[in-house]
Design a protein. Structure first.
Length: 315
């Protein structure tokens, strides 16, 4: 819960308070003013209040068809290692998000997920009950899963799609997953890939049983086109992502700071940073019109010799 004193300071534009929340993974969206942000946080308090009241009274809480139980709350110590990971990578610790274990179907491959909605603000983390006593289930590592989903919650206000999975997969333990993790951006990508795979299967069956004159390459064409599209798109996205990070690292002289600053960038802003001749001017320009970037530059000030002489416009 965010105190009313903190919310009052937010309405007054207190950058220290705003930066404190930003370090907890709570940031304004590109369109939000101070008042908009304060109202959204009041909504978060209201939603959390409803949840805690239901958990105390009924032992369970139902939201958007999802039921969580008080006795299945995830202990806070399980979040410690993932929070250290996100703080090291991106400079935030989501210590305010409640988590709950759930009983997953034996056939389900879901290890867990972040449940949140925006702009009406609410968030919680769900993990399959097998993680209560085990740090790994199949190929899924618990700490990586939690850190991954925390990244999604922290970037919820950006409503990102193109770079969202790339950021989240930077929490992965292996370089292969960090690179390939963003290939599938949304469910549609997965469905199209599965559809192309099943099309190949049906094509081969049709050739074998009914239409032997069908060319073998016909079934492969759809799948190869889909894979080519995914790989080319991912290659372009990853190149821009890496280029933007390198420009910020050169500006700040720190990879850690570069990652933390880039974490706040939207889908539209990352390509601009990647190609910026002077990223310091670009960041200062954004900060002159957006509350989000004023907060970022308060937490991560531009190097003095790089800082342009721009005044911040009032929000």
């Amino acid at each position: 819960m965010i105190s009313q004193a903190h919310i009052a300071k937010i309405r007054q534009g207190d950058l220290a308070t705003l930066a404190e929340l930003d370090a907890q993974g709570i940031s304004p969206s590109p369109r939000e003013s101070l008042e908009d942000f304060a109202v959204r946080l009041e909504g978060l308090n209201l939603n959390f209040g409803k949840m805690e009241s239901a958990l105390r009274g009924e032992g369970k809480y139902v939201v958007e068809g999802v039921t969580v139980k008080a006795r299945a709350r995830i202990p806070q110590e399980i979040f410690a290692a993932p929070m250290e990971r996100t703080e090291r990578l991106f400079g935030f610790r989501c210590d305010w998000v409640p988590g709950f274990f759930f009983q997953a179907s034996p056939l389900s491959l879901f290890g867990g997920y972040a449940f949140y909605f925006f702009p009406e603000f609410f968030a919680m983390f769900l993990a399959r009950s097998g993680f209560q006593k085990k740090r790994r289930w199949l190929f899924i590592e618990r700490d990586e899963l939690v850190a991954h989903e925390m990244c999604h919650i922290a970037r919820a206000a950006l409503e990102s799609q193109a770079y969202e999975e790339l950021f989240a997969y930077q929490t992965a333990a292996t370089a292969f997953r960090r690179f390939t993790g963003g290939i599938f951006r949304e469910q549609l990508d997965s469905f199209l890939f599965l559809g192309a795979t099943f099309f190949l299967l049906f094509w081969q069956l049709a050739r074998f049983f009914w239409l032997p004159l069908l060319p073998a390459w016909g079934g492969w064409a759809i799948l190869l086109l889909d894979v080519a599209f995914l790989l080319i798109r991912h290659g372009i996205t990853y190149h821009r992502f890496t280029a933007a990070r390198k420009r910020l690292a050169t500006l700040y002289g720190s990879e850690a700071t570069a990652r933390a600053v880039l974490f706040h960038a939207s889908d539209a802003e990352i390509p601009l940073l990647a190609s910026a001749a002077n990223p310091a001017c670009l960041l200062a320009e954004w900060a002159s019109t957006q509350l989000r970037w004023r907060i970022v530059l308060h937490r991560f000030p531009l190097p003095t010799e790089e800082e342009p002489a721009l005044e911040f416009a009032p929000t």
